[in-house]
Design a protein around this ligand. Structure first.
Ligand SMILES: Cc1cc2nc3c(=O)[nH]c(=O)nc-3n(C[C@H](O)[C@H](O)[C@H](O)COP(=O)(O)O)c2cc1C
Length: 345
């Protein structure tokens, strides 16, 4: 009920708060026999870590992962895979003034409205630390997909309203009139290559619907597009339809659909874009209220990302990979011939 679990067959639960002892995840439903070691997961967690450089927080986190279960002699056993990363760099004093005041753009007010009681240290479950569990699980999903020849990659394509062509441009210099006390948004594009046609369920669990939910569940994501996305609303059918080309397997002359038709993958690249809002914590004075509704002014201190988007590509890839791994496994009983392949005639 509380929504910390994602996926039906490849099911992932994330756990932990930003200022608790540790964060992590449990994956249930990963097939046995997948080669997996801590370094496989660490590679992806290292991409998520803040790198400073003017756009990411100066918070230094080692984020070393430990695999606690589900792996034996370098391979998954088919039992739950539990992974943990200790929180080593939290400084609660940075947040102590926030117990009684609501930060604009943050989840403080809404958590209070829902639970009436919250850990005010650094955002609790709403913190970006929660995404460690997603990235650890995503690393396993990405390994599973790689076994099947599927590759998922993401990159920043817009920062503060400017197109980004090279990731080396993710610096304050790219942002016109950059103000280190303010914050900036951007867009991450994710492309999955090598997908078979036929993934996704035709009604509520459409591939695009599952992707939208997965990516929208990342903190600060305010829009998700598949293929042409919102631009499809402005063009004609003759421009938007992708012509099918002769030959087998069936291919298309273009990919405005972004790899799904009727909620089912069409074998073309899956193209997903996620719009991230500017980081809510800013070092400029903002109007707010206390828990008692009294007017207050706040300038958020502590260490924060100036542009969330810089650290976000690996998180978007992880969420897309989790959906695809789940959809691949869910697809197994779709055809009688699949069952015959496993169990014989
Ligand atoms: C990778 C990542 C890093 C983030 N870093 C920060 C941060 O340093 N400061 C902050 O205020 N919000 C940060 N956020 C965004 C907040 O978690 C998010 O905006 C907030 O919980 C409110 O949720 P919402 O924007 O989804 O409505 C980050 C999000 C992600 C995904």
């Amino acid at each position: 009920m509380a929504g910390s679990t994602f996926g039906k067959v490849f099911a992932v639960t994330t756990w932990g708060e930003s200022h608790g002892p540790a964060v992590g995840c449990v994956i249930d439903g990963c097939p046995a026999g997948l080669p997996l070691c801590e370094d496989d997961v660490q590679t992806f967690l290292d991409l998520r870590r803040p790198g400073g450089g003017g756009l990411a927080t100066a918070r230094k986190e080692a984020d070393r992962v430990r695999i606690l279960s589900g792996v034996f002699e370098g391979k998954t056993t088919g039992t739950p895979i539990s992974m943990m990363v200790e929180n080593t760099s939290h400084r609660s004093k940075d947040y102590s003034e926030l117990a009684e005041i609501y930060r604009p753009g943050h989840a403080d007010f809404t958590f209070d409205a829902k639970y009436g009681f919250r850990d005010h240290n650094g955002g609790g479950r709403a913190s970006a630390r929660e995404t460690i569990g997603r990235v650890a699980a995503g690393a396993v999903a990405l390994k599973l997909l790689a076994e099947l020849g599927i590759d998922v990659e993401s990159r920043v394509v817009r920062l503060a309203g400017c197109d980004v062509t090279r990731q080396a441009e993710l610096t304050p210099e790219t942002i016109p009139g950059f103000d280190p006390a303010d914050s900036y948004g951007g867009v991450v594009e994710c492309i999955a290559k090598g997908l078979p046609a036929g993934l996704g369920e035709p009604v509520f669990d459409k591939l695009d619907a599952e992707i939208a939910k997965a990516v929208m569940s990342i903190g600060a994501v305010k829009g998700v597009e598949i293929g042409e996305g919102f631009r499809a609303a402005d063009v004609r059918g003759s421009e938007n339809n992708d012509a099918f080309l002769p030959g087998l397997p069936v291919t298309k002359a273009s990919n405005h659909a972004g790899g799904t038709l009727g909620g089912i993958s069409d074998g073309a690249d899956l193209i997903v874009r996620a719009a991230f809002k500017p980081t809510p914590s800013i070092g400029l004075p903002q109007q707010t209220v206390t828990r008692a509704g009294e007017p207050a002014e706040i300038t958020v201190g502590g260490r924060h990302d100036t542009a969330v988007v810089k650290r976000a590509p690996v998180i978007v890839s992880s969420m897309v990979a989790l959906v695809l791994a789940d959809m691949l496994l869910r697809n197994m009983p779709a055809k009688l011939e699949n069952l015959k392949k496993v169990y014989g005639e």
